[in-house]
Ligand binder design. Structure first.
Ligand SMILES: Cc1ncc(COP(=O)(O)O)c(C=O)c1O
Length: 363
């Protein structure tokens, strides 16, 4: 029998979330960021549900190839750019746009004489991850403009380090740095990740690049994604496979981390870190059993977790358990695991079964 652990993908939620983001910036185009297998939701599944996106953002040429094989014709942007000169051939074959963020990539373009490639030139405005410093950016922009192997419409882009902080000085400084630099570089602008689409209208520009919010994910529980009207695109669930009484003073699970304060009903759900549920969640992290919260007790193990069923002593084997998603915000679980919701969905393992809604669209 297959394990009961299932990630159900709500395709309508993906579409709802994209419409909500588009409505925040109706003048802008939207790139749906689908790297890391659509943030763990399934690359093709997500991209087909979001087929009206203006572009897709990926981290690898192999993912871009999968999107083309799925029949998606729109712009696809390689967000970390190409690594080797031989990649350029594949960019052309698959008609991909590429980010250019480093001198090594300019050197490769300098030795190339193929048909014009579409470039997104990346500026480091303060995150200090990828991108050219402002002066080097202007030089690179002018050089790329002079190249016959580069399409003349270069998109100027940068990435925010902390746009989820609505009062953040860092974001303001990054925007200022960007606008001062691009004043001399005509073309479309792209700055906004999900949190910036939601929090920083002045950063919208011509191209949004949204990932997390499409999936109903946010970087912090306050304000969580629901406060913005976003819906969770994944519900992770399983079933109860054991219910029994454990005596007062007995310990539960590995290392006996939990000691029963009284005779109590303990349930076991068929999910663990082997499915991608974080082992290190705090004691008392909730799950939904039959739609109601009950706390995890003891250590989460590879295939199983133990639950305090004192509030539902009549629960039975087979009852449904939701780990996150509809009815239980994933941000709450991420906080209990000292991580972000993005990492949780990206960590779902291959043994978890995926299901999805049938999608009824007018188009
Ligand atoms: C360059 C770039 N743009 C946009 C995004 C999307 O960010 P988010 O998922 O927070 O919307 C990412 C994701 O990390 C990224 O690396």
């Amino acid at each position: 029998m297959a394990r009961a652990t299932t990630a159900h993908i709500h395709l309508d939620a993906l579409q709802h979330n994209m419409a909500l983001l588009k409505a925040k910036a109706p003048q802008a185009k939207l790139m749906a960021v689908v790297k890391a297998d659509g943030y763990g939701h399934g690359l093709e599944r997500v991209a087909l549900a979001l087929r009206t996106a203006d572009a897709f953002g990926v981290a690898s040429i192999s993912d871009a190839r999968r999107l083309r094989e799925a029949g998606l014709p729109q712009q696809i942007v390689l967000l970390s750019g190409f690594d080797e000169a031989s990649d350029l051939e594949q960019l052309r074959e698959l008609q991909l746009d590429t980010v250019v963020h480093h001198q090594s990539q300019l050197d490769m373009l300098g030795s190339d004489a193929g048909t014009p490639l579409r470039v997104w030139l990346k500026m480091d405005t303060g995150m200090h991850r990828l991108g050219f410093d402002p002066d080097a950016f202007k030089t690179a922009f002018a050089w790329l403009k002079s190249r016959a192997n580069v399409h003349p419409d270069i998109v100027c882009m940068s990435h925010f380090a902390a746009s989820e902080d609505q009062q953040g000085k860092v974001t303001q400084q990054q925007m200022l740095c960007f606008s001062e630099t691009v004043a001399e570089c005509p073309g479309a602008h792209s700055l906004s990740n999900s949190a910036a689409v939601l929090n920083w209208p002045s950063a919208h520009g011509q191209w949004l690049r949204a990932g997390g919010a499409l999936y109903g994910l946010s970087l912090s529980p306050e304000p969580g994604s629901a406060a913005y009207g976003l819906q969770p695109a994944m519900t992770l669930s399983t079933r109860l496979i054991s219910v029994k009484t454990v005596k007062k003073g007995e310990r539960v699970g590995y290392s006996g981390m939990y000691q029963c304060p009284e005779d109590m009903t303990v349930g076991v759900a068929a999910v663990g870190y082997g499915d991608g549920y974080p082992r290190h969640v705090k004691q008392e992290t909730p799950v939904l059993l039959n739609g109601l919260r009950v706390p995890i007790i003891g250590r989460v193990s590879m295939d199983l977790m133990t639950l305090d069923l004192r509030s539902q002593p009549d629960a039975s084997v087979g009852d449904p358990v939701v780990l996150w998603g509809k009815g239980l915000p994933i941000e709450e679980i991420a906080l209990a695991a000292e991580t972000i919701s993005y990492e949780l969905t990206c960590s779902i393992t291959r043994r978890v079964g995926f299901t999805e809604d049938a999608l009824f669209t007018s188009g």
